[in-house]
Design a binder for this molecule. Sequence first.
Ligand code: TMP
Length: 224
Amino acid sequence: MKKRLPLGFFISLEGIEGTGKTTQAEILSEFLLSRGYDVVLTNEPGGTVIGNKIREILLWPGHKEMSPLAELLLHNAARAQHLAEKILPALKEGKVVIADRFTDSTIAYQGYGRGIDMSLIISIDKITTGCIRPHLTIVFDLDAEIGLMRNRGINKDDRLELEGVEFYSRVREGYLSIAERDPERVKILDAAMSRELVKEKIQEIVASEIASISNDKKRWHSGI
Ligand code: TMP
């Protein structure tokens, strides 16, 4: 019988390209499953059939003419579907949701990277998510140049990966500012460490968050 957390537990993993967060999301999912939790591993943009169709539109390298506003709205459309169809139902069932990216990506990429006015991004997020944030967000922090080099190594080719180092440096700064403003929720992890060390650090952070929340009787039922 799987462990259920009455209000679920929502974790997002964030960072620029090339940080290894997608591999670590899978490792974390296996770790939590082995501890008896019911886990939903998902990603943005994507996570649903509709979300994956929107992802294709967003990332196709041929869509060079896409306006920043269209990009912002498409990410939000994918997220609205993702929340309604997958994230919220899973949390209601007491599952642990691990999302490879969520709203902080929009703030970092469309806000800091593209330079879209932050008040517009937040107004749209109010409509899309009601400004809900994960219980825990781990930012994989890495120098933009190293991230891009690592990513070229695996030969990914999508529209955002055609951006240069200046764009990714702004996105990285965005993530660091988000973490500075919300240190309770957002933890920064040095993604330049070895894969093994990153894995251990994440497991430490997640286990301690789940333990502290489990002790909070206002938030969780006892006896989990
Ligand atoms: P991925 O390759 O990590 O799955 O991410 C897809 C790309 O989409 C990545 O370059 C980051 C970008 N992105 C945004 O620009 N805004 C967003 O809100 C999200 C979720 C992703």
